[in-house]
Design a protein around this ligand. Structure first.
Ligand SMILES: [Cu+2]
Length: 166
């Protein structure tokens, strides 16, 4: 009985090595993004009724805006709507520098986007669903939030602003 050594063609072996290196590279890129750069994947936080979310007095989005939940920690309930005039409610919020803000955003009509400029917050806003993402503002300044999903003729003017005060 002779022992047979498995023969792998040189090209095949090289491509197997390249594939393994690529897998390690991709896993590293995901790890750096998630743990090093703090990139979060927005989660569907809860379901709501889009027909009543803006009007039901028990719905936080009937009175959108900031709630301070702890010193320096805020919940921001933001309504993105196309009807009647393509805007976010509230149009402007203001927090002191160093604040951590959790955005809870929903829509009573069509799909919108929510991107906070100069942060990594950028997600879809879907009627019936609440999208949530948390941002810590370490630099004072103005951070506009803009719609990133085409939602109708007023899409281009759909924006709001966060003022981070020193
Ligand atoms: Cu839009």
């Amino acid at each position: 009985m002779s022992t047979q050594k498995m023969h792998i063609d040189r090209y095949e072996r090289n491509w197997m090595i390249v594939s393994a290196v690529l897998l390690v590279l991709f896993a590293s890129a995901v790890s750096v993004a998630a743990f090093g750069m703090g990139i979060q994947v927005p989660a569907p936080e809860q379901r709501v009724n889009p027909n009543t979310v803006a009007t039901d007095p028990n719905s936080p989005w009937s009175n959108p805006g900031l709630r301070e939940v702890a010193p320096g920690k805020y919940d921001a309930y933001i309504l993105a709507h196309a009807i009647p005039n393509w805007e976010y409610l509230p149009k402007e919020i203001s927090v002191p520098v160093g604040s951590t803000v959790s955005f809870y955003v929903t829509s009573p009509d069509v799909q919108h986007g929510f991107k906070v400029q100069n942060t990594n917050a950028n997600f879809m806003v879907i009627p019936g669903q609440v999208s949530k993402l948390t941002v810590t503002f370490d630099e004072p300044g103005t951070y506009n939030y803009i719609c990133t999903e085409y939602c109708g003729s007023g899409h281009g003017v759909m924006y709001g602003a966060i003022t981070v005060t020193p």
